[in-house]
Design a protein around this ligand. Structure first.
Ligand code: ADP
Length: 490
């Protein structure tokens, strides 16, 4: 009986491999940063060969650190930075261009041209027309790499997001698949009919022959070529990072919601078998497909989350470390009416003010360093609360629990502020590697390492929770102040 599941976490800044045991505990972890390329302002790229070799390297390292061989591993699950677009040559296995990363804005003009189609695109894909998603990045590669379009039409080139690329590489080109969650972020996939959308593909000039087969999030896709990890290991689960975190947080039921406090914040709510069309500017997406059933999610993101704390540390010099913000914010009882609206790169859902700039308001002579730090943590919580409120509106029910993870969730002041402003219980699990854990769960389910969801529910345990304790009049007044501050952006 194999003792472990191996998760690959192919993130934006680094790639990791984590071995989990049957209790969902980390047995070993290896991590390596990946190089970022910025060929022009607003452009972001990765080298796909580096993504592949780094991922393989950390996997070998994690296994050797724990003295684990291929036979000890039940299966591999992959989670990845979503939307990042790779096109490669089917014969040589070489990419025709660098991976265009989700953050890359090079297709802004292309999206403006497509604007008349935005309602149709939204209906079919659940997404807001934006350069963020894969479709226009893929179109850009086909139109800007010499001969790519013709070669793609002849079936010589393949497209995939990062998990698709890694699976193809690991199986030495035998398996070209993507999972539902990643497919739903391409802006080419019809999330209601569950198929690549011919009309959108045609609109963008994308030959369907280059698209991967869409598979469930938990099934055996293939085996690793024995040359790589000292034996053939089943690759049996995949999901985009945010969906994997939703799964890793065990948000299995409709209405359950998680927030990841990283650089930005990503909230996802399980909406069950219903793809809810948001009235508040959230996107609808596929959470996962499992046992023949597809589960949908609503998603909203905050652009400046933990990055605001980074800014206080690196640009204003108010903090020695991000962690210090927790103690310093509590040196004062409140912000003295000071609010920070961190619209450094515009404001996302539910405001959608792409041109807005950030603002600090309510300054009086009494406001000092600690108030600003406190206002920054509050700003993260207010922004998350705006999305929690939007989700509750769309779902038609109040939320009672918010599960949290990500770097800034280690800040207890922030967790308490969130509980107060959103009037929910904030639950933080002991293992905050929920993204990798989600991928591990998916892969373990497919191979019988975990029998079913109820067995997974028993994994982990521990963790802490934060209950709301703020007086409701005070809460209402603070939130009103925040909304007034946002309204001042115009
Ligand atoms: P990502 O995965 O997006 O790189 P992480 O989940 O590693 O991000 O979280 C890092 C972010 O969280 C940074 O922006 C950092 O400023 C912030 N952060 C980390 N620790 C704390 C803390 N204790 N309090 C507040 N913010 C924090």
């Amino acid at each position: 009986m194999s003792r472990y599941v191996l998760a690959f976490d192919a993130g934006t800044t680094s790639e990791r491999a984590i071995l989990f045991d049957h209790e969902g505990k980390i047995v070993s972890l290896a991590q390596k940063e990946i190089r970022q390329y910025y060929p022009q302002p607003g452009w972001v790229e990765h080298d796909p060969m580096e993504l592949w070799s780094t991922q393989l390297g950390v996997a070998v390292e994690a296994m050797s650190k724990a003295g684990v061989s291929a036979e000890d591993i039940a299966s591999i699950g992959i989670t990845n930075q979503r939307e990042t677009t790779i096109v490669w040559d089917k014969e040589s296995g070489l990419p025709v261009y660098n991976a265009i990363v989700w953050q890359c804005r090079r297709t802004t003009a292309l999206c403006e041209e497509l604007a008349p189609q935005k309602e149709k695109i939204r209906e079919k894909t659940g997404l807001v027309l934006d350069p963020y998603f894969s479709a226009t990045k893929l179109k850009w590669i086909l139109e800007n790499v010499e001969g790519a379009k013709e070669r793609a039409e002849k079936g010589e080139l393949l497209f995939g997001t990062v998990e698709s690329w890694l699976i193809w590489k690991l199986t030495k080109g035998r398996v070209h698949v993507t999972d539902y969650s990643n497919a739903s972020r391409t802006m080419l996939y019809n999330i209601r009919e569950l198929k690549w959308d011919e009309e959108i593909c045609e609109m963008l000039g994308i030959p369907p022959v280059m698209l991967p087969q869409v598979v469930s999030n938990s099934e055996v896709y293939g085996e690793t070529d024995p040359a790589y990890l000292g034996g053939a290991i089943k690759i049996a689960g995949a999901a985009g990072d945010q969906q994997a975190a939703l799964f890793g947080q065990k948000c299995f039921k409709a209405g359950e919601i998680k927030n990841t406090y990283g650089t930005g914040c990503f909230l996802l709510m399980n909406t069950g078998e219903q793809a809810i069309a948001s009235k508040s500017g959230l996107v609808s997406t596929i959470a996962w497909g499992l046992d023949g059933r597809v589960t949908y999610a609503l998603e909203g993101s905050v652009f400046m989350g933990g990055a605001l704390i980074q800014w206080l540390r690196d640009e204003l010099g108010l903090l020695g470390s991000a962690a210090e913000s927790e103690e310093l914010a509590q040196k004062v009882p409140d912000t003295e009416g000071c609010y920070i609206v961190p619209a450094f790169t515009g404001l996302g859902a539910p405001y959608w003010k792409p041109e807005a700039k950030g603002m600090i308001m309510g300054l009086t002579r009494g406001v000092g360093r600690y108030h600003i730090i406190r206002a920054a943590l509050d700003a993260i919580a207010y922004q998350v609360n705006d999305i929690v409120e939007a989700m509750a509106r769309d779902a038609g029910s109040d939320l009672t629990v918010l599960k949290v993870d990500g770097g800034a969730s280690s800040n207890a002041y922030l967790c308490r502020a969130q509980a107060d402003y959103s009037h929910v219980q904030v639950q933080r699990p002991e293992c905050v590697e929920t993204t990798a854990l989600g991928a591990a769960f998916l892969a373990g389910l497919a191979t019988g390492f975990w029998k079913d969801l109820s067995e997974i529910e028993k994994c982990g345990g521990g963790g802490v929770h934060f209950d709301p304790s703020m007086d409701s009049a005070l809460r209402d007044a603070r939130i009103k102040g925040w909304k007034e501050a946002v309204a001042m952006l115009g």
